[in-house]
Every structure is written in C-alpha cells, then in structure tokens.
Design a protein. Structure first.
Length: 215
C-alpha cells in the first residue's frame, strides 16, 4: 500500500476512534490516551497526523458533518411538487436512518452542540450546516406552497421541522429510546407536522406510520 494511502487510512482510523470515544465520554472527557487506546496506536501517531487535540476534534466534527451532508445535500433543483414532496420524504428518512439516528451518532452530535457556546469553530460549523439544511427544506416547501397556494411560510415550517428532529434526538439520547419503533415515531411526528399544512401530500405518510391506523 502506498505511503499516502496508508497515511489516509490511519488518519481515518484515528477519526473513527475519536468519534467512538466522544460518544462514550463526551468531548470534555476525551483524552489522546483514550483515542490511542481505541485506535490501537501510540499517542505519537496521533500527534503525527494532528498537531493538537483541538485539531483532532475539529477534524472529527468535519468528518461528521460531511458524512451527514452526503445523505441529502447533493440534490437537483426541484420545480415539480411531486418531486419536492419525494425529496422531503427522503430527507426525513435520512434523518431517521440508523446510520444517523443511532445512540452513538446522536451522542456525538449532542457533545459538539453542547460545546458551541464555548468553542466558536464548533458553533460556526454547526450553524452553517443548520442553515444549509433549513434552506434546502425551505426551497422544497416553497414549491409545495406555491403549487397549493397555501397560506404558510416555508421558512417557518422548515425551522419547525428541524427543531422537531433535534428535539427527538435529545429525547432519544436522554431516554435511551432509539430503536426502530422509536425512529418510526420520530418520522410520524415529522409527517404529522407537515400534514397540518399539506394534508393532500403528507397525510398518507402520517397515516401509514400511525399505529393501528390501518385497522
């Protein structure tokens, strides 16, 4: 394996180890010794790839942001209501996919969110992601509002949807309820919200996820 490839692989292993430790101990509890033990290497290897602990944490956050954005960001410009609705459904399913809505992944997000008042670099990165997400959802909802001539503010609905999902994540982490049925309830909450504004489009999604609705 070429040296550059080995270096890239080792760097990714260190990031993965860092995220595992963050999920278990939080950011304040993380030490380079913990990461080294998790990665099965010396602290010197970590220092070779990341000059400081803060540089390692920033790289871990960037990797988390990129992994999440890969699920939904690269979407074509949408003008048809049916396509916009399908894109919104896909974004909601992505938010509740086990790859995103797992105990470890949510713990990582919450750990970084908790540090945003203190660490400007975390705040800037997380806020920028939130803005891109809200804008993407707002753009899709705008298509639906125009098509149905609905009296609704797409930006407000997008913010409400994002707040609902964030709230579900915190509730899931605190209560430990992060199973498949819990993720379905989270999606049900999202489609219940959307069905209030676009019943013709999202009521069916809501009803399919409602326990006993088919009875």
């Amino acid at each position: 394996m070429p040296r550059a490839v080995r270096s890239s692989v080792r760097r990714q292993e260190l990031l993965d180890a860092s995220l595992t430790v963050i999920a278990r101990k939080g950011i304040s509890g993380l030490t380079l010794a913990d990461v080294a033990a998790e990665a099965g290497c010396s602290q010197g290897i970590i220092n070779f790839h990341f000059c400081t602990k803060e540089q390692l944490l920033l790289a871990a956050l960037d990797a988390t942001l990129a992994d999440y954005e890969d699920l939904w960001l690269e979407r074509p410009e949408v003008t048809e209501p049916a396509t916009a609705a399908a894109e919104i459904r896909a974004m909601i399913r992505a938010d509740f996919h086990p790859r995103v809505a797992s105990r470890n992944r949510i713990a990582i997000w919450v750990a970084f969110w908790a540090e945003t008042p203190r660490v400007g670099a975390y705040r800037d990165r997380c806020a920028a992601l939130k803005q891109r997400y809200r804008q993407a959802v707002t753009n899709l909802l705008t298509v639906l509002v125009r098509a149905q001539e609905a009296k609704a503010d797409p930006a407000v609905i997008a913010e409400s949807l994002n707040a609902l999902i964030d709230g579900w994540c915190i509730h899931a982490l605190v209560t430990g309820k992060i199973g498949a049925s819990d993720r379905e309830r989270g999606m049900l909450a999202c489609f219940t919200l959307l069905a209030q504004f676009f019943p013709a489009i999202f009521a069916g999604d809501r009803d399919r996820l409602t326990p006993g609705a088919a009875a």
